[in-house]
Write a protein that binds this ligand. Structure first.
Ligand SMILES: Cc1cc2nc3c(=O)[nH]c(=O)nc-3n(C[C@H](O)[C@H](O)[C@H](O)COP(=O)(O)OP(=O)(O)OC[C@H]3O[C@@H](n4cnc5c(N)ncnc54)[C@H](O)[C@@H]3O)c2cc1C
Length: 429
């Protein structure tokens, strides 16, 4: 069993203490710190605790109650979105917010306060959490909700697993007619077109754009969609592909990426409307198991930043030019406009503005130098970088990006820590 992060850029050894049964959790004793671990879909070290304890939570896998009238579900924190969807979609419900993979746990979704393609209409996952139970290292079991232990509730949503272990959670679902998405794909050129399309698509529940990060004259494909009114489903292949081993590092080079990006643009070169099943719409990469191995043994990074609305056009133009010139980015670059619904989480990443997410092969210092340059630009306009994707930001950058840390540290459990936390606080604040 591996307990890597998704980017596999942070390989470390851990002490492992799996958690199975919410009613009888005993933390390992000793001086080492503790960190919950869900499915390791965070790209960097928010889910890593080198040389110290990781608490894998997938054993907390039981559903607790499902109120079909009210659309409210309670389950243990290690239940995955995949398992929830299998239960609720046939009953006419969907997750209120979902990331680009269904292989995340409820605990992980709360701790990173994840966002999805519907942020402009629905906000973050935390907006739908009604209550959860938190086990602190001193043995206190605390029920947290907007009315009870409210400060701890806010700190734990987007709290990066540092406030204690969430044992179970309750959250609201959304009603759907069926499993299909009414989707439209629109090819576009230039950043202006992206902003125009986002503006005119505000009434669509889901919007996102894929862009070719290697092209200097930005082009991409805009996706927008809604849950369809049809009840029927489409036949989709349930077969997954698997990447069985690490690809040698030379396989993923600029030419291959250019080829991929060109083919992708060509497939989507015409505006088109179609009905698709929710799985390929939300989780296109989940069909390729272990796709992170194509980046080879050294792993890869994702850089995801948020640029506040008023500076978004100018700053993103600058950032995209810098990245295209560096030639370092790979496929899978994503642009999305966030809306103004505030999250209940004290340290949640999303804010009103535009987010850009890009994957980068690990070229060691060369890649990190580029990230440091990008961090300075993001910092200069009070933007931020997403901890769930991060494996590089300095403590100075972190404290600029998240001024809320000063309040947050009051809620950190003294025995909980992570590689990320030690890096951005220089060992402790
Ligand atoms: C292909 C892909 C697409 C993605 N798309 C998006 C996206 O669109 N939007 C988005 O927001 N994110 C996205 N992500 C990131 C992912 O959604 C988050 O990193 C998520 O938190 C991972 O959940 P996990 O269960 O794997 O948690 P892990 O990665 O294992 O852990 C994440 C954090 O949660 C904490 N944690 C886990 N369980 C508990 C618990 N029971 N109690 C307290 N803390 C806990 C951990 O300590 C850690 O700090 C994507 C990731 C991938 C691989």
């Amino acid at each position: 069993m591996s307990y890597d992060s998704w980017g596999r850029n942070y390989q470390s050894t851990h002490l492992i203490h799996p958690i199975f049964w919410k009613n009888n959790i005993i933390y390992p004793s000793g001086p080492e710190t503790l960190l919950p671990y869900g499915m390791g879909r965070s790209y960097g070290d928010v889910c890593q605790n080198p040389e110290e304890w990781l608490l894998p939570t997938r054993g907390l896998n039981r559903f607790i109650h499902f109120d079909r009238e009210q659309g409210v579900l309670a389950c243990e924190a290690g239940v995955s979105f995949d398992e929830i969807l299998s239960l609720i979609v046939p009953k006419g419900y969907f997750l209120p917010v979902t990331p680009g993979t269904k292989f995340v746990t409820v605990g992980g979704a709360i701790a990173n306060d994840i966002h999805g393609k519907n942020h402009h209409q629905k906000g973050t996952f935390g907006c739908y959490v009604t209550q959860f139970e938190l086990l602190r290292s001193d043995g206190q079991l605390l029920l947290c909700s907007p009315d009870e232990n409210a400060h701890l509730f806010k700190a734990t949503i987007g709290g990066l697993g540092l406030t204690g272990l969430i044992t179970w959670a309750e959250f609201k679902l959304q009603k759907i007619k069926g499993p299909l998405i009414d989707c439209e794909t629109i090819p576009f050129r230039g950043l202006h077109s992206f902003f125009n399309l986002s503006e005119e698509s505000k009434d669509y529940e889901y919007t996102v754009a894929w862009i070719d990060s290697l092209s200097l004259d930005l082009h991409g494909v805009f996706f927008r969609g809604n849950h369809a009114q049809e009840k029927q489903s489409l036949q989709i292949s349930k077969k997954n592909l698997a990447i069985p081993f690490n690809f040698p590092s030379w396989v993923l080079n600029k030419h291959l990426v250019r080829c991929f990006n060109t083919s992708y643009s060509w497939i989507h070169s015409r505006r088109k409307k179609h009905l698709v099943s929710y799985e390929p719409f939300f989780y296109p990469l989940d069909r390729i198991l272990n796709w992170n191995k194509i980046y080879g043994k050294k792993g890869f990074f994702q850089y995801q930043c948020l640029i506040p609305k008023k500076d978004a056009f100018n700053i993103l133009s600058e950032i995209l030019k810098l990245i295209a010139k560096s030639g370092l980015a790979s496929f899978l670059s994503v642009l999305k406009e966030f809306g103004n619904i505030s999250s209940p989480g004290l340290m949640s990443f999303p804010r009103e503005g535009t987010t850009l997410a890009m994957d980068f092969s690990n070229y060691d210092q060369k890649t990190l130098d580029l990230f440091n340059e990008l961090d300075q630009i993001v910092s200069s306009v009070h933007g931020r970088v997403y901890p769930a994707k991060d494996a590089h930001m300095s403590s100075v950058s972190f404290q600029n990006f998240f001024p809320e840390w000063k309040e947050f540290i009051n809620f950190v459990d003294p025995r909980f820590s992570s590689g990320f936390w030690r890096r951005v606080t220089g060992g402790g604040l």
